[in-house]
Design a protein around this ligand. Structure first.
Ligand SMILES: *Cc1c(COP(=O)(O)O)cnc(C)c1O
Length: 382
């Protein structure tokens, strides 16, 4: 048992935790599934969740799946990615972005971040196309609710005729130039994992304006079962569909998405304003084109006090924080694959910190976090 768990009277402040609606919308939809005994597999909540999410992000079709990872996997399959193909992928991300490339027997090439966005650098992408002109697909991530430089990325990819998959797992509720992230490329994916801006306890969604392609992913996700009375399979299948109970939670959560974004924005602005006098702290870039969901409030730290010092101090105060994602090209499993860039992502990992961004935090909690951070610099300056 560590010291923190012994401080049982003070609750731990979390990075991001599930936050169900005050109105109990989620339970109403789940109750309906119970009342009709429509627990699994599919049913009205799955259809409703797909329809309501598609309407929310203004896209033609959506497939509700068991996870964001499953959605990336099926998007790659829909893009025709198979054995031996090359896929460009943002290096600064969670491993779930890159794993499905391997599931499909393809080879990732990792692309560095642009300091201006923290996301895929269009210059590094351009260089990657020169090296691998026969690439099959590009997975671009919108980290922490910040949009990648999509106009330039889409221009390069369409010049080469390559499918773009947007990993918007962290950015449901974010906009790029007024368009929802996840709806700009040919395919987009969202995650409803426990710490995301809205959650179903676990789940994902694949979206596209190509309804035929989305229908095909639903087919693959239900074991590729052909239309026949007996069990007939002409293609490899997956068990990737979302259950009707889980989808009920999603329908309820979708109703409070804007509320969650609003609170996340207040949290980010509070940190930014309250810590403005500490010059060593630089908050994540919000560009003119961004309307972020502020999923996590992140920053980089320069100088003698490092991000690790800050994380240690917060941990002692019973506050959860964590580093920015460790780039894929630095991961033991993925380091054998090619990487193109100038080590911006490595710098962001080394200097970055994600501050608690839980929408359940009170204003007093936020004051407590800021005080714990300020203390570090005050100490060092005397
Ligand atoms: C959470 C996350 C995923 C995976 O989503 P799951 O629903 O957990 O499978 C993929 N990409 C990024 C960037 C994520 O943060």
């Amino acid at each position: 048992m560590n010291i923190n768990t012994q401080v049982s009277t003070s609750k731990r402040i979390l990075l991001a935790s599930p936050h169900m609606s005050d109105e109990g919308y989620e339970q109403e939809y789940v109750k309906e599934a119970f009342d009709t005994n429509w627990i699994a597999p599919l049913g009205s909540n799955v259809d409703g969740f797909e329809r309501e999410l598609a309407a929310k992000v203004n896209v033609n079709a959506a497939a509700a799946l068991s996870s964001g990872t499953a959605a990336i996997h099926l998007a790659l399959k829909a893009a025709g990615v198979g054995t031996g193909d090359i896929v460009f992928c943002s290096t600064l991300t969670f491993s779930a972005t890159a794993n499905p490339i391997i599931y499909q027997g393809a080879t990732p090439v990792f692309i560095d971040s642009d300091y201006k966005t923290w996301n895929m650098d269009p210059l590094a992408l351009e260089a990657a196309f020169e090296k691998y002109p026969d690439v099959k697909a590009v997975i671009v991530v919108h980290l922490y609710g910040l949009a990648a430089d999509m106009d330039r990325i889409m221009e390069i990819c369409s010049r080469y005729g390559v499918t773009v998959i947007e990993d918007a797992a962290e950015s449901l509720g974010s906009f790029y130039k007024g368009r929802p992230t996840g709806t700009i490329g040919q395919f987009g994916i969202y995650s409803f994992n426990g710490n995301k801006i809205i959650t179903t306890s676990g789940g994902g969604m694949l979206v596209s304006n190509d309804e035929v392609a989305v229908e095909k992913t639903r087919f693959w996700a239900t074991q590729s079962r052909d239309q026949a009375r007996h069990y007939q399979h002409s293609e490899l299948g997956f068990n990737y569909r979302m259950s009707n109970v889980v989808a009920g939670i999603g329908r309820g959560q979708l109703k409070v998405l804007e509320q969650r974004v609003q609170r996340k924005k207040e949290i980010f602005e509070f940190y930014k304003n309250s810590l403005a006098e500490i010059e060593e702290i630089t908050f994540m870039p919000v560009n003119d084109w961004d309307q972020p969901n502020y999923w996590l409030s992140c920053a980089t730290i320069e100088g003698d006090i490092t991000s690790i010092d800050v994380m240690n101090a917060l941990d002692k105060a019973n506050i959860e924080s964590r580093p920015v994602w460790k780039p894929m090209h630095l991961q033991p499993y993925f380091e054998k694959y090619d990487y193109i860039g100038a080590d911006v992502s490595k710098m962001l990992f080394e200097k970055g910190i994600c501050l608690p961004s839980d929408t359940k935090m009170t204003n007093e909690d936020l004051d407590y976090v800021v005080t714990a951070i300020r203390k570090l610099w005050r100490k060092s300056h005397v």
